[in-house]
Structure formats: structure tokens, C-alpha cells
Design a protein around this ligand. Structure first.
Ligand code: SF4
Ligand code: SF4
Length: 344
């Protein structure tokens, strides 16, 4: 595919942010970043749910794991993310009852088969939220009393608004996440083109999909006609999956949430709505977590696109996948892990 670029319009490369962690992996492993680097700088965004989970939230999970009679259930990626003093992996080795599950339903099944209290750590974006919501519905219908959710789910569009309006970042366009968009559709991103004049493309996960997205972004810039294109038409429609959206709306309501690197973003998280709040672990187990101390890790700057992983002084030295200092090196979708694996 030939990528056309209006050379007169800009001497510096255009800065496009790929929001999804899986896109970051494909871009790194296929060599696309190198291929287009003179004309387009591809910047990794906050698209990995593990990476944007704050140090304070990890501390909170560790606090919950200290309760006797409690089983913490979580997705595996979270185990090695550093909190202020420890990780879930370390706490498990020290005796805390922390179990890896592959879905929230597994956690509910565990609750049905034990007298202990089971807490599911709900980390993820709009992609994960429907499955978590269905599990809460089932827990309510089946009157399960020993199952709780720690709701750490996050919503992508409010985070993109924060990035689009940050003058330091100078993002010229967005490569939008395919999986999140199968749920929410393209409508919730339209403000990016309308209010911020940012071209956007929702794209799939093959290298060809991403190249097509880059081409489309450049075309929108050339024509000064900004909109949300759907390259990933095989899975995404403008309105998204209405059934999944209804389930999310039934169980959750938006709330301000803290993102690693991006801080507090209004309406960017989900909390359980009134009818389901009895399942909220945060409300049932009152745990005070103090403000964490600053760490040398620069994940926050990476998630904002302010620096690339190689610009972090710890990259490949004291921080590597076997000894990760920050979450971007832990998660398989993290930008630092992708750079370490493919772009050293
Ligand atoms: S949840 Fe889906 S869309 Fe989001 S980063 Fe992961 S793979 Fe990409
Ligand atoms: S290289 Fe390690 S310390 Fe540096 S930003 Fe990435 S995860 Fe954090």
C-alpha cells in the first residue's frame, strides 16, 4: 500500500496515537513503526487496562487480600504490577489467598463452592464491562451473598478527551481500539473530530488494517475533513452492541476514576448502581490506603505519549519483563514490554 503524505503541510512527522495495547504490539512486531517513522510518529496511548490501574488501586487490592476469610480473584496480568511496597504475586507467596481466573464467571463459580468471601477485581475497559455486569446480575438472581466486585473498570472516550485537549501532546490523529468499539460503536468518539478536529480510525488487528488506518488518517488531514472512520467494519457498527450497552447501563453508572499517568478523569469509571451496590467490595470492606510515594517509573508519561519507552532511563536496565519496575513492562499489552520484545 502506498502512503500519500502532503509534504508541504508539515515538516515534522504527524503524531498518531494508537490507543489499544494490542495495536501497540502489532505495530512493534510488524515493523510498522520503523517503516513510517519519517512521516508518522506512532505513539502508544492508555489502551492497556493493566497499565492504567493506579498504584493506589494495587495497594487497595493488597489491603483486601489481608482480610482473613477472603479470596481475591483477578486476571493474571495484574499479579506482577507493583503497588507501593508489594505486588499481588509477592503477597500470594507470603500466604494471601489470591487466585487467577479467566473470567468473572469463574470467580462466581468459586464463590458458590466456598464459604469464604470471594472478591473479583474488575479491571478492564468497555470490552470487559458487559461480562462483569452479567456476572453481577447472576449473583443477584442466585442470591449469592459471599461474592463481591472491586470495580476498577474504565471508559475510553473520556480519557481520549483529556488527551485531545492537552496542548503538550499535540496528537494529530487517533487509531482507535477495535475491541472496545465493537461494544460502544463509533458514535462516542465523534466529539474528537467535531470539537477537536482530530481524524480518527477504528481499526482491526492485522498489520494491513493498521496501515490502512494510517493512510486514512493522512487522507483526512490532506482533505481537512475530520471524522471517525470505521476500518474494522467486519466487527464494528456506528451504534455498537446495544444489548451489551444496556447490560452495562443496568448494572453500572459512570463515576470519576483515577488513571495512572492521566489522573482523575470525570465520568471515566464505572461504579455499581444503587440496585447492585451491595456487591461493591469497596463499600463493604472499608480500607484506608495512603497516597503512594512517587516511583522512578515513567509509565505515566508513556501512557500520555510524552516519551517513548526507550526514553525512560530504566528501560532495559533496571526494568525488564523479568524485573518490571512499572506496569507498562508487566502487561503483555504494555508499550514498554512491546518495545523490549520487538524494538530493542
Ligand atoms: S481491551 Fe481490547 S481494545 Fe482494549 S487494549 Fe485490550 S485488546 Fe485493545
Ligand atoms: S521502562 Fe519500566 S520504569 Fe520505565 S516507564 Fe517503562 S515500565 Fe516504567
Amino acid at each position: 500500500m502506498k502512503i500519500k503524505i502532503n509534504r508541504q503541510a508539515k515538516t515534522k512527522p504527524y503524531r498518531f496515537m494508537e490507543v489499544c495495547g494490542t495495536h501497540t504490539n502489532v505495530i512493534s512486531s510488524s515493523g510498522i513503526r520503523q517503516m513510517v517513522k519519517d512521516k508518522v510518529q506512532l505513539i502508544s496511548g492508555p489502551g492497556c487496562p493493566v497499565c492504567v490501574t493506579t498504584q493506589k488501586d494495587i495497594d487497595l487490592i493488597i489491603g483486601l487480600a489481608q482480610w482473613s476469610n477472603v479470596i481475591i480473584t483477578t486476571f493474571g496480568d495484574l499479579m506482577r504490577v507493583p503497588g507501593t511496597k508489594s505486588t499481588l504475586e509477592r503477597e500470594k507467596a507470603l500466604g494471601a489467598n489470591i487466585q487467577i481466573v479467566y473470567s468473572p464467571t469463574d470467580a462466581l463459580t468459586l464463590a458458590k463452592n466456598t464459604k469464604k468471601i470471594v472478591i473479583f477485581v474488575g479491571v478492564g475497559f468497555e470490552t470487559t464491562a458487559p461480562a462483569v455486569a452479567v456476572t453481577i446480575l447472576k449473583a443477584k438472581q442466585q442470591r449469592i451473598k459471599n461474592f463481591y466486585l472491586l470495580p476498577l473498570l474504565k471508559l475510553i472516550p473520556p480519557a481520549l478527551q483529556k488527551i485531545a485537549q492537552d496542548p503538550r501532546l499535540q496528537i494529530d490523529g487517533f487509531i482507535l481500539p477495535g475491541h472496545v468499539s465493537t461494544i460502544i460503536g463509533s458514535k462516542p468518539y465523534e466529539f474528537l473530530a467535531r470539537d477537536y478536529r482530530k481524524p480518527c480510525v477504528i481499526t482491526g488487528f492485522e498489520p494491513e488494517d493498521i496501515l490502512e488506518a494510517i493512510n486514512n488518517l493522512l487522507q483526512q488531514i490532506r482533505e481537512r475533513n475530520y471524522y471517525v472512520a470505521i476500518q474494522y467494519k467486519r466487527c464494528v457498527e456506528r451504534d455498537g452492541n446495544l444489548v451489551a450497552q444496556d447490560i452495562i447501563k443496568e448494572v453500572f453508572q459512570p463515576i470519576g476514576a483515577y488513571w495512572r499517568g492521566l489522573g482523575l478523569i470525570p465520568n471515566s469509571g464505572l461504579e455499581l448502581s444503587k440496585d447492585y451496590e451491595s456487591f461493591d467490595a469497596r463499600k463493604y470492606f472499608q480500607i484506608d490506603v495512603s497516597e503512594p510515594k512517587m516511583q522512578p517509573c515513567r509509565c505515566g508519561d508513556i501512557l500520555l505519549g510524552l516519551i517513548t519507552p526507550k526514553e525512560c532511563p530504566l528501560f532495559g536496565k533496571s526494568c525488564s519483563p523479568s524485573h518490571p519496575v512499572g506496569p507498562c513492562m508487566v502487561s503483555s499489552e504494555g508499550a514498554c514490554a512491546a518495545y523490549y520484545k520487538y524494538e530493542q
